[in-house]
Design a protein around this ligand. Structure first.
Ligand SMILES: NC(=O)c1ccc[n+]([C@@H]2O[C@H](COP(=O)([O-])OP(=O)(O)OC[C@H]3O[C@@H](n4cnc5c(N)ncnc54)[C@H](OP(=O)(O)O)[C@@H]3O)[C@@H](O)[C@H]2O)c1
Length: 278
């Protein structure tokens, strides 16, 4: 049985590939640039561009299961081609924000294309990736500082390896068909606590400087973040700083329930990624 992994060179995709190889599965990987893919030798690397569905035709041949990186604009066409070509199970990388009015529509479009297609499907909806804070790398390396508004905002960071483990389970095991898994990491941590975990991982103090949200908004936009994304994030963080929620136990239970082992902590993530902050 051949499994096609799209987004295979991505942070989650690489880990999905690794999980499948570990189980001895035949893995085919899609990338726009095979020469730069640096995937393990046993992976059948194929060129294809999710923005040009017809380019996936050769990669889909003989594939029975598919891990689908979300590309809303072309999802319906790609799913139709996959079904036509014999794919019987699709696992979608979606996001916990799929149900949010403002930023969920892209994920929902992909999910719906898959769930309406008649194949076995599972929607994998992780919350915020721990890896988002690799953005702090340059400032921590250069100045040992994180500058951000809403230091008391609480989030529940999700280790990307756990996202991959859930996706791999849904690809390989029974019992996940027709299920939507919304989940996150095991702990609710303030931004300050996340900065402290990184400091502990690199064995060096890191200052947290709380920014005033009004000038911070302009700064973030100057740095290249789209204004609507900044407003969405700042709105969530403000709400969370004012009304910090405890850990969402339902979200935290999904990784252990599905993978049979504890979800990885932010501290573990920080240790694994310490080189990015030293
Ligand atoms: N960050 C978060 O907090 C968060 C939370 C929930 C969900 N998500 C979702 O997770 C996804 C990111 O996953 P990730 O971290 O594994 O990916 P990533 O590290 O951002 O890498 C992007 C991957 O997508 C592939 N890709 C992009 N455009 C493509 C195209 N036109 N055709 C073929 N492949 C294409 C790239 O492959 P090549 O360059 O090799 O072609 C690469 O493998 C996003 O959709 C994001 O919305 C993120």
């Amino acid at each position: 049985m051949t499994i096609l992994v799209t987004g295979a060179t991505g942070v989650v995709g690489r880990r999905v590939v690794a999980e499948l190889l570990q189980e001895g599965r035949a893995v085919r990987a899609l990338t726009r640039r095979p020469a730069a893919a640096t995937l393990p030798g046993e992976v059948d690397v194929r060129e294809g561009d999710l923005e040009r569905p017809e380019s996936l035709q050769p990669a889909l041949k003989g594939v029975e299961r598919l891990y689908l990186f979300p590309m809303p604009e072309t999802a319906a066409e790609i799913v139709a081609m996959a079904v036509e070509s014999g794919v019987r199970r699709i696992v979608v990388l979606s996001g916990a924000s799929a149900t949010e009015e403002e930023f969920g529509s892209g994920y929902l479009a992909v999910e719906q294309a898959v769930s309406r297609s008649g194949v076995d499907w599972t929607h994998v909806r992780p919350g915020e990736f721990a890896g988002n804070w690799l953005d702090w790398g340059p400032k921590i390396r250069a100045e040992r500082v994180v500058r951000r508004p809403y230091g008391e905002a609480v989030t529940q960071p999700t280790h990307e390896s756990d996202v991959a483990a859930v996706a791999a389970a849904a690809l390989l095991r029974d019992g996940h068909t027709g299920r939507t898994y919304t989940f996150a990491g095991p702990q609710a941590l303030t931004v300050r606590e996340q900065v402290s975990a990184i400091a502990a991982a690199i064995g060096s103090p890191v200052r947290f400087e709380e920014q005033d949200p009004i000038p911070a908004r302009d700064l973030w936009i100057q740095e290249g973040y789209p204004a609507e994304v900044v407003d969405w994030l700042f709105g969530m963080w403000r709400e969370s700083a004012e009304n910090p929620l405890p850990v969402n136990e339902q979200w935290a239970s999904v990784v252990p329930d599905i993978t049979g082992r504890p979800a990885r902590t932010f501290a573990e993530w920080a240790v694994e990624n310490a080189a990015a902050f030293r």
